[in-house]
Design a binder for this molecule. Structure first.
Ligand SMILES: [Zn+2]
Ligand SMILES: [Zn+2]
Length: 433
């Protein structure tokens, strides 16, 4: 539409700039006194055959002299029209327009696909958010169910104890009442006998039942009764809830048969420390021989598991999980590719995740305890600062198949006293084992 309009304008301009003699665009246009324009050559040729006075071929106005003026404005316009109506120029402009249009079309397509991708991402976030929301609600619902169950159980116990005590007293009350009834009956009989002695000569004692002895009322120990319920109920319940946590802290122990010969393990298998001498030990394929490593005794291949490790102020350590099948005779770099999902500390404050290459972590406060979370179904291994439960790092490309808790106390520097790695067993967990 706009192009057609443009062409129309251009053709009317072309007509205005066309010489009425040669019917072509002006060449060296000149203006006569009547303001009509012609090519210089056309009007000169036209006038050449005429005697004075000469006239304008268009309006027939006569002039005494053969005078005309060069019109530079018209000259410039003619040049412009000539240049812009030139075929190769038009083709060039058309090409440029086409290319520019194509560029714009492509850019628009690009931006439209950016919009599509943004929308997709938003949908994904919404989907993941609502799925996670469901999970979080599920976790809290499970906790609340445990709490409700515990509350109902404590209240039921209280009710039963109260019922039992009341029932005991009720039975005693009945027995006393029966005795009172018997006594009253005997009293009536005795009274009748006493009044009969006034009229009758024969006096004899009536047959009455000997008074029954009633055992004293049962003494309910109110102190003991109350004490059970005036207890730190919240703490007691919280400790009991530990056993229902899924996952609750797992009581992991060290597997001494896997320990490198320079690792000393405590008798209860919860403490491992490096020592500078190598202990003689039975050769076995489960034992680490190259690296100062040790595994946990508990293997996991399903479900979700969490355990805590006290690392204290040790300057260096590695810990996490290892595939059951890792080569324990070889010296390997710890990474998921070689069957290890680990967190490491070096030089007291340099924390890294065991990726290849290492991923340095910004850890604000040095954790004394590390929490390891293993989700076999989601193939996730995560590490927490167990002092405040902040997330340190999470592997989403976790293991397949059986894995074992993994530890390396590392070799302490010569000037440093070796410090142990300790597996934490929370008291409520220890209660049930
Ligand atoms: Zn002309
Ligand atoms: Zn004229």
């Amino acid at each position: 539409m706009a192009a057609a309009c443009n062409r129309q304008k251009q053709s009317s301009l072309r007509e205005d700039l066309t010489c009425p003699i040669c019917c072509d665009l002006f060449t060296e246009p000149v203006m006569l006194g009547c303001m009509h324009h012609f090519c210089k050559r056309c009007i000169s040729t036209y006038w050449r055959g005429l005697h004075t006075p000469v006239s304008c071929p268009q309006c027939r106005k006569e002039f005494t002299s053969r005078q005309f003026q060069t019109n530079y404005l018209v000259t410039a316009m003619v040049e412009k029209v000539r240049a812009t109506t030139n075929e190769s120029y038009v083709k060039d402009v058309e090409l440029q327009l086409k290319e520019s249009l194509e560029t714009h079309r492509r850019r628009r397509e690009d931006f439209l696909s950016v919009i599509r991708r943004d929308k997709e991402k938003m949908e994904n976030i919404k989907r993941a958010g609502s799925e996670l929301q469901g999970r979080v609600q599920g976790e809290f619902q499970a906790l609340r169910a445990v709490l409700d169950e515990e509350e109902a159980s404590v209240l039921e116990q209280l009710r039963e104890e109260q019922e039992a005590a009341l029932e005991q007293l009720q039975r005693h009350l009945e027995a006393v009442r029966e005795t009172v009834r018997q006594l009253e009956h005997s009293m009536r009989v005795l009274h009748e006998a006493a009044t009969a002695t006034d009229h009758n000569a024969l006096v004899e004692l009536p047959q009455i039942r000997a008074p029954v002895d009633v055992s004293p009322a049962p003494e309910l120990d109110m102190e003991a009764f109350s004490s059970r319920y005036l207890a730190p109920l919240q703490y007691i319940t919280w400790r009991k809830m530990f056993t229902s946590l899924k996952p609750g802290p797992a009581p992991v122990t060290f597997d001494v048969y896997t320990a490198h010969p320079s690792i000393y393990v405590s008798r209860d298998r919860t403490l491992a420390v490096d020592c500078d001498r190598v202990a003689p030990c039975q050769p076995n394929p489960k034992r680490f021989l190259q690296c100062v490593n040790i595994l946990g005794a508990q293997g996991f291949q399903a479900g979700r598991h969490y355990w805590e490790v006290h690392v204290g102020n040790k300057a260096k350590w590695d810990l996490g999980v290892a595939s059951d099948g890792v080569d324990r005779q070889a010296r390997v770099k710890l990474s998921p590719e070689s069957g290890y999902w680990t967190l490491r500390l070096r030089q007291s404050d340099q924390y890294s995740a065991g990726t290849q290459p290492w991923t340095r972590l910004q850890v604000l406060s040095c954790p004394q305890r590390i929490g390891v979370f293993l989700d076999c179904e989601e193939r996730r291994v995560s590490f927490y600062n167990a002092d405040d439960m902040s997330l340190l790092f999470s592997f989403s490309n976790g293991p397949r198949g059986k894995v074992l808790p993994f530890f390396s106390p590392c070799i302490s520097d010569i000037n440093q006293q070796p410090q142990p790695i300790q597996l934490l067993h929370h008291p409520p967990v220890a209660l049930i084992h």
